[in-house]
Design a protein around this ligand. Structure first.
Ligand code: CA
Length: 235
């Protein structure tokens, strides 16, 4: 089964025997916030799967030891792996191969050469489809890097829990719920502290400064719009 918590970083396994391609794909997936484990052959992957449950598998078909289609078939036969998303990534571009891959239970198919960005987009699309509306409402994902668990009031950044104060979390949640929207200090004060509270505008700056310090390099998501306020932006 896939990770039970939707608020955890997704882990992807890549089975690819060409080192250059493996490196290129890994780099793009990691940049998008995913954890990546690479195997250059089928046997190593199958052994790994005895004790691990990644969230998605990217599978090359022409491997040195086992045919990728056999791996796909093998996974689908095991009940605990039957729902794990599989994307086939291969140089085989005949219609027949694609159909066979999909019939064996792959969720998607990409032909080499391909755009790594498109691959990342397809991975994201699969995770989006997987996530029910309810789960989605309980969790906000910012750029695949910041994960806010709204029920537990927890922030996870690249698989590491970051301790935030209640106010810091509420400010981050407010900005993250409407990515790209600029919130004035006044608006933030109103939303977090409510009306009629005597809190000065600078309070927002102080909390945001603390929040940014805790986020370190990932503070880049929180943008200060001079003279207007703050926004959270994915890029
Ligand atoms: Ca290959």
């Amino acid at each position: 089964m896939a990770n039970s918590s939707e608020c955890m970083r997704k882990n992807i396994v890549l089975i690819e025997d060409e080192p250059d391609i493996a490196e290129l794909i890994s780099m793009h997936l990691e940049k998008a916030g995913y954890g990546v484990t690479v195997f250059s052959n089928g046997a190593g992957f199958l052994q790994f799967m005895e004790a691990n449950t990644p969230d998605l598998v990217l599978l090359d078909l022409m491997l040195p030891d086992i045919d990728g289609l056999e791996i796909c078939k093998n996974m689908r036969k095991r009940s605990e792996l039957s729902a794990m998303p599989i994307i086939i990534v291969t140089a085989k571009n005949k219609e027949r191969d694609k159909v066979l891959g999909l019939e064996l239970g792959a969720d998607d198919y990409m032909t080499k050469p391909f755009s790594p960005k498109e691959l990342v987009a397809r991975v994201k699309a699969i995770f989006r489809r997987q996530m029910s509306a309810e789960q989605e409402a309980d969790c906000i994902d910012v750029g695949g890097v910041l994960l806010l668990d709204l029920a537990k009031h927890e922030l996870t950044v690249r698989n590491t829990r970051i301790e935030l104060t209640y106010t810091e979390f509420k400010i981050l949640e407010l900005l993250a719920e409407k990515k790209g929207w600029v919130f004035s200090r006044e608006k933030i004060l109103h939303q977090i502290w409510g009306e009629g509270k005597t809190v000065i505008d600078r309070t927002v700056d102080v909390h945001i400064r603390h929040l940014r310090e805790k986020l370190g390099a990932d503070a880049r998501f929180i943008r200060n719009i001079r003279g207007v306020g703050y926004k959270l932006e994915e890029f």
